[in-house]
Design a protein around this ligand. Structure first.
Ligand SMILES: Cc1cc2nc3c(=O)[nH]c(=O)nc-3n(C[C@H](O)[C@H](O)[C@H](O)COP(=O)(O)OP(=O)(O)OC[C@H]3O[C@@H](n4cnc5c(N)ncnc54)[C@H](O)[C@@H]3O)c2cc1C
Length: 404
């Protein structure tokens, strides 16, 4: 029996070959930066440049946003092409989601859904080509979970909005070309109907960016002092910011889905085969094997949740609670894996190993367990959204917002 069955239709098989050849060519000499397209708290300039450069090259080919319309810089390809790109890049440790080192991957679809034709033509092509860095600027100092209580004001003055306020724990490497943000456009209106969404050029007078060095790497506080933002940068229309926010948050909170895999277990297995304790490889300890098996099962489940959400998104049938369910589970698994690593290797799990990439560094896994519980909303937010969408504790089920 021949098990070498070609599952791709001919044009997709040809595309896969093209992508593989392209990657081989473009990763040559950068093999040590495998996995570097991911979030890093090490502030490594080499990784940052590699990532941005790769994003530019992928963007030029339309491969950062393969299914986006050609008129906005996308490649106009199919979901099959996208799956090829996602899986082939994942083999090289690269995730399309992170390769920008910016949040344009979330922002561009929201712009596609809520932007005017003029905004889409102006803002999308540079994002889609990976040329600009966009920060999502939502959290305010008095509390991030409740972003609808927005103290940053943007009051209309002729052809401009005048923005005053402060956002915190945002962004990453400087400089951002754009700040993608929620503002209060009419304080006299009821909650949720008083908001607007602005795409603010990062270099406008009155914007001050102050770095914050946190456990999870570089973040920033952004101050807006009488910043005059042209009214044409309002996305989604007057006082419609909450609906734009819903699309944005659904994508950020797991609704985007993904296809890549987690490389952690591979390294744990290798470590346990090579490290001897009391003259025996760690792998011979049955408790260690149990921990590894649990890790594998849970990481596999995370990956299946992510793939399911990816699919729901692309067939335009939003899963009622899939995003929050995925995020909650993913974050709990990360936390448990940090604890498992400490059980397996003791203090070794607390010492950074700079010779491996951060994603598979045990110290990073332990630190990011608690460290990433707050990013993009807390576990409690996940639980609330899940409960509302699944109809737990309320007579009606909340509907998921439309994404794109
Ligand atoms: C690594 C990292 C990256 C980040 N990146 C960004 C970014 O790029 N852009 C950005 O805008 N923000 C960013 N943030 C901020 C993040 O979005 C906020 O931390 C998050 O929304 C939670 O807000 P908070 O920290 O103010 O906590 P709070 O909202 O003040 O919550 C404090 C506690 O109260 C609980 N709580 C709050 N409300 C409820 C409720 N209704 N029911 C039950 N419990 C509740 C929370 O779960 C938490 O335990 C980032 C944060 C981290 C850690």
């Amino acid at each position: 029996m021949d098990f070498n069955v070609e599952t791709d239709p001919p044009e997709i098989a040809a595309f896969r070959k093209e992508v593989r050849a392209w990657l081989q060519e473009n990763m040559r000499g950068s093999e040590h930066l495998r996995w570097s397209a991911s979030w890093s708290t090490r502030e490594n300039e080499e990784e940052y440049k590699f990532r941005r450069n790769l994003a530019g090259k992928l963007g030029k080919k339309g491969w950062l946003f393969p299914t986006f319309p050609v008129e906005y810089g996308g490649a106009g390809l199919t979901i099959d092409h996208q799956l090829v790109l996602e899986t082939e890049l994942a083999n090289d440790g690269i995730s399309l989601n992170h390769v920008f080192y910016t949040l344009a991957r979330i922002v561009a679809p929201v712009m596609l859904k809520w932007g005017t034709e003029e905004q889409k033509r102006e803002f999308l092509p540079p994002m889609v080509r990976g040329e600009v860095s966009v920060w999502q600027v939502l959290t305010e100092p008095q509390g991030g979970s409740d972003i609808a209580t927005c103290y940053t004001k943007a009051i209309r003055d002729g052809d401009h909005y005048v923005v005053n306020g402060q956002k915190t724990m945002v962004g990453y490497h400087h400089p951002p070309e754009f700040l993608w943000t929620l503002v209060c456009t009419d304080p006299s209106r009821p909650r949720h109907e008083n908001l607007g969404w602005l795409h603010i050029p990062g270099n406008l007078p009155g914007i001050t960016i102050q770095p914050m060095y946190l456990m999870m790497g570089l973040k920033n506080t952004v101050f807006f002092d009488d910043v005059r933002v042209p009214a044409k940068y309002l996305v989604g229309g007057e006082n419609n910011g909450w609906r734009v926010a819903n699309t944005h948050l659904e994508l950020e909170h797991g609704g985007e889905g993904r296809v890549g895999t987690d490389p952690l277990v591979e390294r744990v297995v290798e470590y346990c085969q090579q490290t001897r304790v009391g003259g025996k490889p760690l792998m011979e300890d049955e408790k260690v094997r149990d921990f590894i098996a649990d890790m594998m099962i849970e990481l596999h489940s995370v990956s299946l949740f992510a793939r399911r959400n990816f699919w729901h998104r692309f067939v335009r049938e939003p899963h009622p609670y899939g995003g929050a369910q995925f995020r909650y589970y993913q974050r709990m698994v990360r936390l448990r894996n940090g604890e498992r690593l400490q059980q397996i290797m003791g203090y070794d799990a607390l010492a950074p190993n700079l010779s491996v990439h951060e994603v598979i560094d045990f110290e990073y896994v332990v630190r990011s367990g608690p460290g990433q519980l707050h990013g993009g909303g807390t576990l409690d937010t996940d639980r609330l959204v899940f409960a509302r969408r699944a109809g737990l504790g309320r007579p009606t089920k909340e509907k998921p917002p439309e994404t794109i």
